[in-house]
Write a protein of this length. Structure first.
Length: 93
């Protein structure tokens, strides 16, 4: 059987150098040598459920498919546009 070699982590001057290195090397070979990273994640996007009438959902799904986007994306675009237009009207009045 072959000898069990311990691979050493490469020293690099930038994240880009590390990315280039791991493009051609298996990160699993170096996993035990890596330092633990601790970081906070702040997710700002929240999802809200809204009840829609069945016929609206059917038509919305049809339109979304024809535009090759998700129903969720289509609704968000439409609502943002409506809010923008409504806000402009209120500022003028």
């Amino acid at each position: 059987m072959g000898k069990n070699k311990t691979k050493t982590m490469p020293r690099s001057k930038s994240v880009e150098e590390l990315v280039d290195f791991f493009e051609t090397h298996d990160m699993g070979d170096f996993w035990g040598k890596m330092r633990k990273a601790h970081f906070d994640v702040s997710i700002k996007k929240r999802k809200h459920l809204v009840a829609l009438e069945e016929d609206i959902v059917d038509k919305l799904t049809e339109i979304a498919k024809s535009k090759k986007v998700s129903s969720e994306s289509l609704i968000n675009v439409w609502l943002k546009d409506k809010i923008r237009r409504t806000t402009k009207i209120q500022k003028v009045a």
